[in-house]
Design a protein around this ligand. Structure first.
Ligand SMILES: *Cc1c(COP(=O)(O)O)cnc(C)c1O
Length: 224
């Protein structure tokens, strides 16, 4: 058990200053998060609301919590008091609800829109048309004061086929460029793509935020 601090340092050094690391700590104990925190890591990612709020209460308050799972709108209120960034936004309605809950807490919450780039149907996210429609609506209505639309997030197919993974990242990068052009907003600057198995390819294709779990924390054991 415990974290692989050598691997962590190796990853951090490799990323340099232009790519941000979100350490994905889902299913891992607070002791492991604390260990990584003590090495200087501040951005952590979680997939489950209850797990995230439980950990947040026990850990240093300057941690930036990234919600990277599928978020149900009735659960936003539990994380709105502290969450730094919500990475899996997949509808305009969800954006509106996040804005509302952020306002109640007098906070600004950063949001990334999730795009469906993988071949698997099970994954969440916008397709290209839905994405551009949402951006149009966002721009036209200009009604949210308590969120920042900070960028896009996507997950590549779970496959050994590196060419397919690369193609999917190239596609997401092209959508990122397209939306940047539509918005012309400096807040829109984060392209979150790449996990333990494919983060190097993601960076080659323009990622500036990677979400890495098992490489640092070890394999996850699900026993729920
Ligand atoms: C679990 C998860 C990760 C990290 O996965 P690893 O393969 O352990 O690096 C990254 N992004 C999302 C959205 C996840 O759910």
């Amino acid at each position: 058990m415990g974290i692989d601090s050598k691997k962590y340092k190796e990853i951090i050094t490799g990323l340099g200053s232009s790519v941000k690391l979100v350490a994905v700590s889902k299913t891992k104990p607070v002791e492991d998060i604390r260990e990584l925190y003590d090495l200087g890591q501040r951005d952590f990612g979680e997939n489950y609301v209850q797990e995230m709020t439980g950990k947040q209460a026990q850990l240093p308050q300057d941690i930036r919590w990234h919600f990277i799972g599928h978020l149900q709108s009735n659960k936003i209120k539990y994380i709105a008091p502290f969450v730094y960034m919500i990475q899996g936004v997949d509808s305009y309605k969800l954006l509106a609800e996040i804005d509302k809950q952020a306002k109640k807490n007098q906070r600004i919450i950063q949001c990334l829109l999730q795009v469906h780039i993988a071949a698997e149907e099970t994954k969440f996210g916008f397709n290209e048309d839905e994405l551009t429609d949402t951006i149009h609506q966002f721009k036209q209505k200009n009604e949210f004061e308590n969120i920042k639309l900070s960028g896009l997030m996507g997950m590549a197919s779970f496959t050994e086929d590196q060419n397919l993974v690369r193609k999917e990242f190239i596609y997401l990068r092209s959508l990122f460029d397209k939306v940047s052009e539509m918005l012309k907003d400096d807040n829109f600057s984060t392209l979150s793509m790449g996990m333990s198995s494919d983060y190097r390819i993601a960076i080659e294709e323009g990622s500036n935020m990677v979400r890495i779990g098992s490489l640092i924390f070890g394999e996850r054991v699900y026993n729920k």
